[in-house]
Design a binder for this molecule. Structure first.
Ligand SMILES: [Zn+2]
Length: 311
């Protein structure tokens, strides 16, 4: 019986995978490019290949958990809401179960991030953990009492595609989800870079460059864009706190490395939340980029990994 768990972080550009042992330590690691352009069958083949390679290295069968962009529809078992659009409408779990001859657990990548940080990361000891990913997009995941809460639509925590109040949504291009003025449009790293570009900034700056020049104070367009970003972060996250009032908020993704979010960003949330005395800790993640693979592996408890795989 296996006590080893494979965790896979299926991203739009890369697939990362690990073998986690019963103590939570990572034994094997692999990383390959996601064959997104080659289509769905190629992605399935790549996932099967990486599982087989890890099992060979580990020397025994393992459970498999996958963190993927989007979610699995409870109604149909098909993937939906994924920005890796080759996955949408496809029975990824069933196809992998057939190829790998075992049950597979798939969860939204932000949910895997939240699970990893709740279990033994920056959210440990808190009952309700809201995990936020601020990167190319904006994701969110909710863990209550150590388990992912996904809801009947599988969308719990998906604040990235709610409207950001106080913004003129006509002034921005539509989101990939089809609506305008989503939180993701403004609060993702991509959104910061796009906002800076719309304001007449230097062509080709990414979010990192905008933050660097704003912090150095040598580009007034960047300074203004970064100020807008922090205010929007406050408004967006305050709405989450108003609805959910989690015990802790853990930030992940590339923008979670921006120090100002833990000072000015927290003050911006406190100014906007429906309370005159906000006590919610808003903290940096512990495991960084490894949270995705760790949380995916943790979709199987160390206990129920035993017996889930037939050697
Ligand atoms: Zn959207």
């Amino acid at each position: 019986m296996s006590k080893l768990r494979i965790g896979i972080d299926l991203g739009g550009t890369k697939i990362e995978a690990v073998v986690m042992d019963a103590t939570g330590a990572l034994r094997e690691k692999r990383r390959i490019a996601t064959p997104s352009a080659a289509g769905y069958d190629a992605i399935v083949g790549a996932l099967v290949g990486i599982v087989e390679a890890l099992e060979t290295a580990a020397g025994e069968p393992c459970t498999v958990g996958i963190g993927a962009p989007g979610t699995v529809s409870r109604l149909t078992g098909l993937m939906k809401n994924s920005n890796t659009t080759a996955l949408n409408g496809r029975p990824l779990a069933q196809d992998l179960e057939a190829r790998l001859a075992r049950p597979i657990r798939i969860a939204n990548d932000a949910n895997c991030f939240a699970l990893s940080e709740a279990k033994d990361g920056a959210g440990v000891g808190h009952r309700v953990v809201f995990g936020v990913i601020l990167g190319t997009g904006v994701g969110g995941g909710l863990v209550v009492d150590g388990r992912i809460h996904d809801g009947p639509n599988g969308i719990a925590g998906e604040w990235g595609h709610t409207g950001l109040r106080g913004e003129a949504s006509e002034s921005v291009p539509p989101c990939y989800c089809g609506r305008r003025g989503c939180v993701e449009t403004f609060v993702s790293g991509t959104g910061l870079a796009a906002d800076y570009a719309r304001a007449g900034g230097v062509a080709g700056y990414d979010a990192h460059a905008v933050v660097a020049h704003a912090t150095a104070g040598d580009d007034p367009v960047a300074v203004a864009a970064f100020d807008r970003y922090v205010a929007r972060f406050g408004r967006a996250l305050a709405t989450v706190l108003d609805v959910l009032d989690p015990d802790v908020v853990v930030l992940g993704g590339g923008m979670s490395n921006v120090d100002r979010l833990y000072s000015g960003g927290v003050r911006a949330v406190a100014n906007e939340v429906f309370s005159d005395d906000m006590r919610t800790p808003i903290v940096r993640n512990r495991y960084g980029d490894a949270s995705g693979v760790r949380g995916a592996a943790m979709l199987w408890d160390a206990a129920d990994a035993r017996g889930a795989v037939t050697p």
